[in-house]
Design a protein around this ligand. Structure first.
Ligand SMILES: Cc1cc2nc3c(=O)[nH]c(=O)nc-3n(C[C@H](O)[C@H](O)[C@H](O)COP(=O)(O)OP(=O)(O)OC[C@H]3O[C@@H](n4cnc5c(N)ncnc54)[C@H](O)[C@@H]3O)c2cc1C
Length: 401
């Protein structure tokens, strides 16, 4: 046991060096010219990662992954989060990793062979299509997309947006209503696999996020499903299980995201300290000598450390129970860490002055891109209310949603 732990520490150290040595140098080109400019190099790094045996870390070995448990992958996710290209290069990027975990859990043998195996190998990418422009995504019980049975097929019609990474994906997992009359709202929808080249499945646009359309993996699409016909065998799990499956993927997904954000915080923190320690306000007068900067450094250190401990606590609870039992811990980390990320990035940018809002460092890119952390996978307010509801139950107050 102690030896395994030591081995893992050593592997983490090697991967950290790899991220710094192999991926950091790609970032300036990525930041200035976009993802396509580094795509080939990322592909070459992915082959190196495979050769090291670090591929698809949380996926079982029999599928070609590293077979890491949730807590070990959480720690690795922080290290990969240090680089903008970390998770993608190790084939554990959202939404693919969530789709892989879901397929592992619920796909049948044929679905695994056709979709999971190539996804784990890294030959294809995928996306997840639930949110709709006309309905509140924070309460996805209400949706208009339908999948109607017709012979051996489902015919899907609907309009979705924020289908992240649709560009370049081979398939989507779509959430659609299969039984609009089910007495329980959460049993109305199902999850269905839709190859992206199916006639009628169209991307309307890559949505500009904070001024950027992005490229390839780094995009968020608005899509329509117009009489999209797929075989009924593309249903994941059973009809009406859509929300149960969504919950299943969200527990581990939030641990991955939070630890990735902590990796970003550590990178921003390092940049902030380096800048403070080298920028001279006047000859011999360092920025680091200013009390405001010292406080930002101390506050950031405390917040990042606290965030990490909270996430590891949630990961351990999730590892030994399930998403439902760990729901309070998962909601706590979701809003807490997203806000730590927000604060740390903001302080790091402030310390950099004008440089902070250029793309000459990674700060502005993540500041733009990760503002969404407080919105996706449940906005802050939803998680705070969820936590408070559970706590208040202990005080005899039952608040309905
Ligand atoms: C960058 C990005 C990537 C995404 N990727 C995907 C993806 O791959 N697939 C996918 O299906 N979806 C994706 N989403 C969608 C995401 O899950 C939704 O944006 C999110 O669930 C919020 O839904 P909404 O945007 O419709 O906001 P709304 O539901 O309209 O909520 C708006 C605001 O209202 C407030 N609010 C909502 N509910 C409550 C409440 N109960 N109590 C108090 N205040 C409340 C919050 O402040 C919230 O921000 C992505 C979103 C972003 C920004």
């Amino acid at each position: 046991m102690a030896e395994t732990k030591m081995n893992f520490e050593a592997i983490l150290g090697e991967i950290r060096s790899f991220v710094q040595k192999e991926l950091y140098p790609l970032e300036p080109v990525f930041l200035q010219q976009g993802f396509h400019a580094v795509e080939e190099q990322v592909q070459a790094k992915r082959e190196l990662v495979k050769a090291h045996g670090w591929w698809a870390p949380p996926i079982p070995r029999e599928y070609g992954g590293m077979g890491l448990g949730l807590t070990d992958f959480a720690r690795l996710s922080e290290v990969l989060g240090l680089s903008l290209l970390g998770h993608l290069t190790f084939n554990c990027q959202a939404p693919d990793i969530g789709n892989m975990e879901l397929l592992l859990e619920v796909a049948n043998a044929e679905q695994k062979e056709r979709y999971l195996v190539p996804l784990v190998r890294g030959g294809i990418r995928s996306c997840f299509s639930m949110t709709e422009p006309m309905h509140a995504g924070s309460n996805p019980l209400y949706m208009s997309t339908t999948a109607v049975k017709d012979g051996n097929d489902y015919v899907i019609n609907g309009h979705k947006w924020f289908t992240s990474s649709h560009e370049g994906s081979a398939f989507a997992i779509v959430m659609a209503v299969t039984d609009p009359t089910a007495a329980k709202m959460h049993q109305r929808a199902s999850q269905i696999i839709v190859p992206t080249d199916t006639p009628g499945f169209r991307r309307l646009r890559n949505i500009k996020i904070m001024g950027e359309e992005g490229q390839g993996y780094f995009t968020d699409a608005e899509v329509v499903y117009e009489n999209v016909r797929v075989p009924r065998s593309n249903l994941l799990g059973r009809e009406g299980e859509g929300f149960a499956l969504a919950q299943m993927r969200l527990g581990p997904g939030r641990i991955h995201h939070c630890m990735r954000w902590i990796g970003i915080c550590e990178r921003a923190f390092d940049l902030m300290c380096r800048r403070a320690a080298t920028r001279e306000l006047a000859p011999g007068k360092l920025l680091a000598e200013k009390q405001a900067v010292q406080h930002w450094i101390a506050e950031s250190r405390a917040e990042i450390n606290a965030a990490r401990m909270l996430v590891m606590d949630a990961a351990q609870k999730l590892d030994s129970s399930d998403s439902y039992a760990a729901r309070v811990e998962i909601s706590l980390i979701k809003f807490f860490v997203a806000n730590v990320l927000d604060h740390v990035l903001d302080r790091a940018i402030q310390v950099h002055g004008g440089l902070g809002i250029t793309d000459d460092t990674m700060l502005a890119f993540v500041y733009r891109r990760e503002r969404a952390a407080r919105i996706y996978d449940g906005p802050d307010e939803v998680h705070k209310s969820a936590v408070a509801r559970q706590i208040l139950k202990e005080y005899g107050v039952n608040i309905s949603i």
